[in-house]
Write a protein that binds this ligand. Sequence first.
Ligand code: ADP
Length: 174
Amino acid sequence: MSRSHEPRIAVVPGSYDPVTNGHLDIIKRAAGLFDEVVVAVVNQSVRKSSALFSTEERVGFIQDALAEAGVDNVRVEPFFELVVTFARRVGAQAIVKGLRQISDFEYEMEMGHLNREQAPDIESVFVMASPRYAYLSSSWVKELARFDGRIEGLVPAPVAEQLAERLTRQRAAS
Ligand code: ADP
């Protein structure tokens, strides 16, 4: 990996609405592989419906969880452009993505090829999800929380609290 003494930097992009323990597992493992990691939080996605949490909240949840875990070579930033543009801007050589199952692989393979076309100098690196988180997604967590399912162990405790509060408020408003 060490081509020179320049720091090896990776971007770990996602919508993180909200961050799950599966995301944090991938981020921490990336932090072990690279000198610096920048978690890139999608400000607005053209693919997904509007987020439950604001960009600031989503960034804050990740920062708090990483501080709690004592991870210090990771920073968290919102981004408003193509992932490869963001990666270039922060001087990253790699984009790290987590792979849970075949459906992730199909999507990420398309994305990886497109990113390679856009920026051949930036490598896509795929990290296999830990088995205990291989079924875990932000959307399932929201679904469970919405119907009072148990989400302990799936997201950091402060995220679980905020989810309960947000969804209770939404229910009261509807
Ligand atoms: P989601 O697919 O849950 O909406 P994001 O868009 O925030 O999540 O995903 C960002 C990245 O994190 C993607 O590469 C996705 O495959 C990965 N990821 C999401 N959940 C997990 C998990 N439980 N384990 C490993 N990787 C994950």
